[in-house]
Design a protein around this ligand. Structure first.
Ligand SMILES: Nc1nc2c(ncn2[C@@H]2O[C@H](COP(=O)(O)OP(=O)(O)OP(=O)(O)O)[C@@H](O)[C@H]2O)c(=O)[nH]1
Length: 315
């Protein structure tokens, strides 16, 4: 019997800004243990900080640039997927991290167009500690709902930061928005890699969700690129860790998400993160290549405090 050529499983990770997508990706890469995973990362912003954070520890990461993967860089994604499919040393799986403001289902559709790929599923993360506030914001709600409706599996993450009441609220919101979609709760995006093969295979049934797919994955308002705005800088000077920590305690209003890799001392680098009202700073290995420091902030258009950001990061 001739063995059937195995199609490359594709998984798309989506979810709102800061929900834990990169954390999940890094976890899987740590667990991959001999599996060769191709990772395509898209950030909403001029600098692709995520690719830097992942590439700092793992290889085979392709940064997709130019904003939101689903509506602006279909070609880039297509080209990156062809490279993965045609790689001399074959990959075992491909994972795409969608930007925090994009619709992961659109990305999955681009992937499904390639006969060499088979869609394992779309995993959508939700920040348990912030989703109540985010979904109540009329300007953010549509993006969150669209993401959730794309999911084959919903991961309610950051359970450690949420009160019992907030967790119950997040669970109820997921249940009402994407009824019947499997949902798990995690801290630090603890979704085992082994779970991948258990996801519905969209090449068998386009989407196992119990709804009309067209409506279910409605894309009536894909223009989220104009809803959000980014600001970025590449500060060459050292910003001491204590100064950054103090700033993170009082991030100016209007910043929904901020992340970066910065110099915090002589030969010392730190990863700065802010999402859902929580900021953190941790030491990072100095980048091996000539990566420059960089920081990206995201907010609703017109609400990003650009002057305050510039004053602090790029005076
Ligand atoms: N306390 C806590 N922090 C978490 C958890 N998961 C992720 N984080 C932190 O939250 C911040 C954002 O996590 P990321 O994995 O970068 O989120 P993301 O969804 O990739 O963010 P974007 O790409 O900007 O949309 C980082 O500082 C993480 O270390 C969690 O379960 N609990």
């Amino acid at each position: 019997m001739t063995p059937k050529k195995k199609r490359l499983p594709l998984t798309v990770i989506g979810g709102f800004l800061g929900a834990g997508k990169t954390t999940l990706l890094n976890r899987w890469l740590r667990e991959a243990n001999g599996l060769r995973m191709a990772v395509l990362v898209n950030d909403f912003g001029a600098l692709n900080i995520d690719a830097g954070l992942i590439a700092a520890t793992h290889g085979d990461t392709t940064a997709l640039t130019n904003g939101c993967v689903c509506c602006q860089i279909g070609d880039d994604l297509g080209r990156a997927l062809v490279d993965v499919i045609e790689a001399k040393t074959p990959f075992d799986a491909v994972v795409i991290e969608a930007s925090g403001v994009s619709d992961p289902w659109r990305i999955a559709q681009i992937g499904m167009a390639a006969p060499e790929l088979s869609l394992e599923g779309v995993i959508v993360l939700v920040d348990a500690s912030a989703v109540a506030q985010q979904s109540a914001d009329p300007l953010l709600a549509d993006t969150l709902v669209r993401q959730l409706k794309s999911a084959d599996l919903v991961v309610v993450n950051k359970a450690d930061l949420a009160s019992a009441e907030a967790l119950a609220g997040a669970r109820a919101w997921v249940g009402a928005t994407a009824p019947g979609t499997p949902c798990i709760e995690t801290t630090e995006s603890a979704v085992p890699l082994a779970l991948l093969s258990g996801l519905p295979h969209a090449d068998v049934a386009p989407h196992v969700c119990g709804h009309d797919c067209h409506n279910h994955h409605g894309h009536d308002n894909p223009d989220h690129g104009s809803l959000f705005q980014t600001w970025s800088a590449q500060p060459e000077t050292v910003i001491p860790a204590a100064t950054l920590r103090a700033w993170l305690r009082e991030v100016p209003p209007g910043v929904l998400r901020l992340k970066g890799l910065l110099r915090t001392g002589d030969g010392e680098w730190s990863e700065v993160q802010f999402a859902g009202r929580h900021g953190s700073l941790r030491k990072a290995a100095p980048p091996a290549d000539d990566t420059r420091p960089g920081v990206v902030a995201i907010g609703l258009r017109g609400q990003l405090p650009e002057e305050a950001l510039k004053e602090f990061f790029a005076p």
